[in-house]
Design a protein around this ligand. Structure first.
Ligand code: GAL
Length: 660
């Protein structure tokens, strides 16, 4: 467990560097990330490198006892490079190149950019690969930020055709897989296929899905190129990338497979403002962030990181980029930091050391104000540093891995498929995955977030949010896992080519859960359908309500199926067959929590009803309790001498840690 910070020596006079490094160290910071946007200073003119300033800044940090996270600067190609190779610029769906003047203005498929990136990465890795102060690497910065995964350039379309050839081998196979006979869209050769844009009405969904898969693979290929260069010149130094919160535009599992450390950038208040949450939810958690949001991301990135994951950028105060940018409540920067550690983080690194007085992010707080005084976030970071020492001294097991009995299956292609082919305008996959996750957290359960191909042994409960494509092997692994399995609506509803399965949904799952979804309907946001649990479990007329979607289930094929809840019109809303629980809709939060509590009990798990503002996480022998609410929360059954820090009466925005 250690703290870090993001630092931009190129933004400040050299005369400040030494004092900055000294103050970082005094604050309890151990690692400093640098240079991810510094290309124009590293190579001011083509082929002429200016290493002097970077050498000196790394030396200053190293001499102060700080470890450097060295970045490749490829998120910001300089003007001279763009002018030489305009094909670097990504092309929008309107066919127009996006302009120079901010950042991430590059196309993953541009051969000129690939070559230029190889060159700058090699230069930086050669120069600093074995520098004693350089302990880690970061590739690029936030792949895909500002909608930059998909580009419609001629280079991208050319590579897409190659990608299709490799996937389908023959054009006949592609025509069959896509079903291009519909509307006479058949192709005679791969070279006839363009990007799925600018069509009169919606472009073919299988075409669109493949374009997204292709674009995602391009990100993985580009990252792999950088990782290989770094590994060749800097053996033994772990390589990281900083992913974004709840970002789904490429398959993060594939990119993380090439890294040592998956890290992510945590801005809980900006996220709340920008995500789907209803206005009253945004108002409720305005200055604390949603209690499950950072937590969900920690679990997502922990699952794909070989070494303990990190938070590479932690919000330190108000940000600049959301529609509105509130200040965190006092205590929240500390709470967020501890929540990361409780979920298994190896490092929490704050963004940024000092607020910049110029350019796009001048309204974004840092640990220090622009006039170089410690800001609220800086003071809280210093408090966390002290508490880390307390925890480490009190418990040799504090750095242990998190082990959960609950798995939530999370899939990137599911997001693209439902977005391309929604059938109901607000069918938003990350939201529904998050709602299931949130229900589990409200029951005090620790959760591993895993991909479809993860090993599932050892879990007692596996929750699958709507997962359109269910491979046969996944259905079999679910069945042999021995866990109770919850399946959301639309699970198994499509083949990998985006067609309806021959036996109807849930497709491959039918072999383990013999039901048949014969019709579906989507529901407007203001429409709900009452749900009533089976006799003996029901509390009255309605036990909750369904939203967004309904699967109409035919259970006639199997006597073994048990209808445990029905919609008001009598159709099954929740069907159980052995250890499988199929939910035919998305239920309101209270009903979801209630059903999950009962299924968790059937799985032999102990739950605790936490409500919506207290959250608990366990790591090694320690239990961490977080109070996001506005009232004191009192712990019961915890002896005074079990507390590592905090008290049994946990104040709003407070944290308590105890030996379990
Ligand atoms: C991140 C990015 C940083 C900075 C920060 C501001 O998305 O990696 O460079 O822009 O947001 O919150």
């Amino acid at each position: 467990m250690r703290l870090g910070v993001c630092y931009y020596p190129e933004h400040w006079p050299e005369s400040m560097w030494q004092d900055d490094a000294r103050r970082m160290k005094a604050l309890g910071i151990e690692q400093v990330r640098i240079a991810e946007f510094a290309w124009s200073r590293i190579e001011p003119t083509p082929g002429e490198y200016d290493w002097g300033w970077l050498d000196r800044s790394i030396d200053v940090l190293g001499a102060a006892g700080l470890q450097v996270v060295m970045c490749t600067p490829t998120a910001t190609p300089p003007k001279w490079l763009i002018d030489r190779h305009p094909d670097i610029l990504p092309v929008g769906a309107d066919g127009r190149p996006r302009a120079f003047g901010s950042r991430r203005h590059y196309d993953f498929s541009s051969p000129s950019y690939f070559a230029a990136s190889q060159k700058i990465c090699t230069a930086v890795a050669e120069r600093y690969g074995k520098h004693p102060a350089v302990a880690y690497w970061q590739t690029d910065n936030e792949f895909g930020c500002h909608h930059t995964v998909v580009s419609y350039s001629p280079a991208a379309v050319g590579r897409f055709r190659e990608w299709l050839k490799a996937r389908y081998q023959t054009i006949d196979a592609l025509n069959r897989a896509w079903g291009t006979v519909f509307w006479s869209m058949e192709y005679r050769s791969f070279d006839e296929i363009d990007a799925p844009v600018a069509t009169v009405t919606e472009a073919h969904p299988s075409h669109r899905l493949d374009y997204r898969r292709f674009a995602s693979d391009e990100v993985a290929r580009y990252n792999r190129m950088q990782v290989e260069i770094i590994r060749a010149h800097s053996p033994g130094r772990p390589v990281a990338h900083n992913f974004m919160q709840l970002f789904t535009e490429f398959d993060h599992y594939k990119v993380a497979a090439d890294l040592d450390v998956a890290t992510w950038d945590s801005y809980p208040l900006g996220a709340l403002e920008e995500q789907w949450f209803a206005p009253e939810v945004k108002a409720r958690w305005l200055r604390s962030g949603h209690p499950d949001f950072a937590s969900f991301n920690h679990d997502v990135y922990r699952g794909m990181s070989k070494l303990p994951f990190w938070v590479m950028e932690q919000q330190p105060g108000p940000v600049n980029w959301a529609l509105w940018n509130p200040a965190p409540l006092p205590g929240m920067v500390r709470l967020w930091s501890w929540e990361a550690f409780a979920h298994g983080a190896g490092c929490v690194s704050y963004f940024r050391w000092r607020q910049a007085p110029f350019a796009q992010e001048q309204m974004h707080a840092g640990l220090n104000t622009p006039d170089n005084r410690l800001d609220v976030g800086g003071n809280e970071a210093s408090q966390v540093a002290g508490e880390i020492r307390t925890v480490l001294a009190a418990n040799a097991d504090a750095d242990a891995a998190v082990r959960s009995k609950v798995a939530l299956v999370y899939d990137y292609e599911a997001k693209w498929l439902f977005e391309i082919h929604p059938q109901g305008a607000d069918f938003h996959y990350p939201r529904f995955a998050f709602e299931y996750y949130s229900a589990l957290r409200a029951l005090g359960l620790d959760v591993d977030v895993v991909p479809v191909d993860a090993p599932l042994d050892g879990y007692s409960l596996i929750v699958v949010p709507p997962l359109p494509v269910v491979p046969e092997a996944f259905a079999q692994r679910l069945a042999s896992s021995g866990a109770q399995v919850v399946l959301g609506p639309r699970t198994g509803s499509k083949t990998k080519d985006l067609q309806i399965p021959a036996n109807l949904p849930p497709g491959a799952l039918t072999s383990v859960l013999p039901l048949r979804v014969w019709r579906v309907e989507s529901m407007r946001p203001n429409v709900t359908e009452a749900v009533r649990l089976a006799d003996g479990e029901s509390a009255g007329e309605a036990d909750g309500f369904a939203r967004h979607w309904r699967d109409f289930i035919d259970t006639d094929a199997a006597q073994s199926l048990d209808v445990r809840a029905r919609f008001a019109d009598g159709h099954p809303a929740y069907v159980q067959g052995g250890a499988f629980h199929y939910l035919a809709s998305l239920f309101d939060d209270a009903l979801t929590v209630r059903l999950f509590a009962r299924i968790a009990q059937e799985a032999g798990l102990e739950t605790m009803p936490l409500g919506d503002s207290v959250r608990v996480s366990r790591r090694g022998a320690l239990t961490y309790v977080f109070n996001y609410g506005d009232e004191t929360h009192t712990l019961s059954g915890v002896a005074d001498d079990a507390l590592v820090f905090g008290s049994r009466a946990i104040e709003p925005q407070g944290v308590a840690v105890y030996r379990s």
